[in-house]
Design a protein around this ligand. Structure first.
Ligand code: HMG
Length: 426
């Protein structure tokens, strides 16, 4: 089957994809030991392995900038061909100024590029993707591409039930009307909105508050509704999907999500596979990033795409079903079909590269880095760190209420600082 066989209407989607994984990780079994919890509760009960932890000079902006720099380099896109940049994040660094505008400067984009952020819990990544696809399909885009960035730090209180599910990371995607990686269904919309207090983060807090068990029910209700809606408006059934990608706050959630659909679709009798066989074939290959990085909120489903593309033998024309959930809550189920360039992204998304270079940290460092994360939101916090090939974008701190970053300019070797008041060109 060749790419786009499934959709006979206007299509748009992902032309290139890249992921950034922070420098450090903390193993889940070490956390279990310190917390006096049976290790298997975290590793089997939740399915977690490692959580990504930020260094004191990293933040959602530096992660996003690195993912985007990689995307531009690997896709070979010229900057004047980027006409729209949309960031989805729930780890905003400022209540007003968008992350997208920092990225616009750091990556040296043209000043006629439309840039904005979307905040909508973990669903913000999908909302950003939808928005970028719509833009790419309008005549106003004039054939230029959009970039979608997702960047987050999943951060809960020490010792809380959410702690083992923490993580951090960013994804960057080139969006256009020639989607060589994944073409998405633009004709059908299966969404569900329901006001619930399952997970939230008041503006005065760094860590999220969660009604844990209730949040699982809210997630599964969103899945049940959107799956059924999509199923009714298209001819696709579970057996048609090569892979199912679920928003993954922790890997066991993907197991619960899969099993719900497996039952809705009639189980073994209808599908001819046991629950476990079906999960191992259609879902397990999508979970590598979630197991290695933890919850990465808005990046979760895009990291699942990179897990497939990076490590598995993907062919054009494979059908993927993607479920996106954002607490609060917003859900969407969408289908995508892999494109002709999908194979060329094997080993190129950055996932294996970044996983292999990162370092394990001790519990003491984990606590220290958390303290830095809390401090870095405060005026007067400052880090001494220079940008390097390994970490091209560095968060310096906050001075006079301005957030400062240091990075090497894209068009020269000069180290620049962003966040100071800039003279206007007139
Ligand atoms: P908990 O209450 O401490 O754990 O926290 P538990 O008691 O429910 O146990 C977890 C699992 O481990 C259970 O499995 C136990 O049976 C098993 P299950 O019954 O669910 O299949 N277990 C063991 N297994 C093996 N050996 C053992 C053992 N002991 C127990 N010895 C909870 C769990 C998920 C509530 C917690 O981690 C949490 O609060 N997480 C954060 C919230 C969350 O991730 N919610 C997910 C849905 S909402 C969502 O996805 C949105 C989100 O990404 C944010 C956004 O949208 O912006 C979070």
């Amino acid at each position: 089957m060749s790419g786009n066989t499934y959709f006979n209407h206007a299509y748009a989607g992902i032309e290139a994809i890249s992921i950034f994984v922070p420098n450090h990780y903390f193993p889940i079994e070490d956390l279990a030991r310190v917390r006096g919890v049976d290790e298997e509760k975290f590793t089997i009960g939740l399915g977690c392995k490692k959580m990504s932890v930020l260094s004191p000079f990293e933040d959602p902006v530096t992660m996003a900038a690195t993912a985007m720099k990689d995307l531009i380099r690997k896709s070979g896109i010229s900057k004047d061909q980027i006409g729209c940049l949309v960031v989805g994040s729930e780890s905003g660094v400022d209540e007003s100024k968008p992350i997208a505008v920092y990225l616009h400067e750091m990556l040296g984009l043209e000043d006629n590029c439309r840039c904005f952020d979307i905040k909508n819990a973990c669903y913000a990544g999908t909302a950003a993707l939808r928005s970028a696809m719509s833009w790419a399909m309008t005549p106003a885009s004039k054939g230029r591409k959009a970039v979608v960035i997702t960047t987050d730090v999943a951060y809960y209180d020490l010792g809380s039930p959410g702690e083992p599910t923490q993580g951090a990371g960013a994804c960057a995607m080139l969006i256009g009307t020639d989607p060589g990686v994944l073409s998405l269904d633009t004709a059908n919309e299966a969404v569900h909105t329901n006001e619930v207090m399952d997970f939230w983060r008041p503006a005065y807090r760094n860590s999220a508050i969660v009604n844990g068990h209730y949040s699982l029910e809210c997630y599964l209700e969103g899945l049940r509704k959107t799956w059924s809606l999509y199923r009714d408006m298209t001819s696709y059934r579970m057996k048609d999907y090569d892979y199912l990608l679920f928003h993954t706050p922790f890997p066991k959630m993907a197991w619960k999500a899969h099993n719900l659909i497996y039952k809705l679709e009639g189980g073994f009798k209808a599908l001819g596979m046991t629950e476990e066989e079906s999960f191992n074939t259609k879902v397990l290959p999508t979970l590598k990033a979630a197991q290695e990085m933890g919850n990465i909120y808005t990046s979760s489903i895009f990291a699942a795409i990179t897990s497939l593309v990076e490590f598995h033998d993907m062919k054009p024309g494979m059908l993927l079903g993607v479920f996106s959930y954002g607490s609060g809550s917003s859900s969407e189920f969408i289908s995508g079909t892999t494109g002709k360039a999908v194979k060329s992204w094997a080993n190129r998304t950055g996932l294996s590269h970044y996983l292999s270079r990162r370092r394990k940290i001790s519990y003491d460092d984990y606590v220290l880095y958390r303290a830095a994360y809390e401090q870095r939101m405060k005026d007067g916090y400052f880090v001494n760190h220079e940008p390097s090939d390994e970490n091209p974008f560095v968060y310096l701190g906050i001075k006079n209420h301005k957030r400062l970053y240091s990075y090497t300019a894209q068009d020269s070797e000069d180290v620049k600082t962003i966040g100071l008041t800039k003279p206007l060109q007139g």
